[in-house]
Design a protein around this ligand. Structure first.
Ligand code: FNR
Length: 184
């Protein structure tokens, strides 16, 4: 079984990015599963807090990522960049820095994002590039997915209703699962 973990960069109940991950969970190819990790309980990063130890919620996220075959992130875009809650969670997961090779290096990585606006989180996904490089992720860029006009692509129950986005998401997931199984 290929196990992909996923993080949504939004905490809000009506999040299109979280909804996109729920749609992804339903579309995983045979032999693969998607587990959505919650970052709601991750505190604001503070080195004074870190001196007392990495919070248990962060240790749990790190353990889930370390055990996973790949990481899928659905990023919102705030002010043309990565939302603070998402960067905050990643920053916590990078501590202590000595754990970065074990948790991040070589981890298969896929990125997507949804916004009601017109550019489909293009800027936020671009803002991820320095992190992808720094963490030495193994990115799967084969099927970029920029969901624009998200409010037209999900129904009032946050079900993905757009056939084009559904097909693109299905392809992203299928190719990413194969990608995680191929050695560099
Ligand atoms: C936004 N939003 C936004 N959208 C976008 O496409 N480009 C942007 O630069 C921004 N900037 C921005 C800043 C702040 C502070 C907020 C609160 C919002 C709109 C954003 O895409 C929208 O709220 C999405 O619905 C957020 O994603 P979720 O919560 O639906 O996953």
């Amino acid at each position: 079984m290929t196990r992909i973990v996923a993080i949504s960069g939004s905490l809000r109940k009506g999040s299109y990015n979280t909804a996109l991950l729920h749609a992804a969970k339903e579309m995983m190819p045979a032999g693969a599963e998607l587990q959505i990790l919650a970052i709601d309980a991750v505190p604001l990063f503070n080195e004074d807090v870190e001196k007392q130890g990495v919070p248990a919620v962060v240790d749990a996220l790190k353990a889930q990522l370390a055990a996973a075959d790949g990481l899928l992130v659905s990023t919102p875009e705030y002010n043309n960049s990565i939302p603070g809650v998402l960067k905050n969670a990643i920053d916590w997961m990078s501590r202590p820095g000595a754990d970065i090779p074990r948790i991040f290096h070589g981890k298969p990585f896929a990125l997507m994002g949804a916004t009601p606006s017109g550019f489909g989180t293009l800027n936020a996904q671009t803002a991820w590039l320095p992190l992808i490089r720094y963490f030495r992720f193994r990115p799967c860029f084969a099927n970029p997915l920029y969901v624009s006009a998200a409010h037209e692509k999900f129904d009032s129950d946050l079900k993905l209703t757009d056939a084009t986005v559904s097909a693109a998401l299905k392809k992203l997931l299928a190719d990413f699962v194969v990608f995680t199984q191929n050695q560099v």
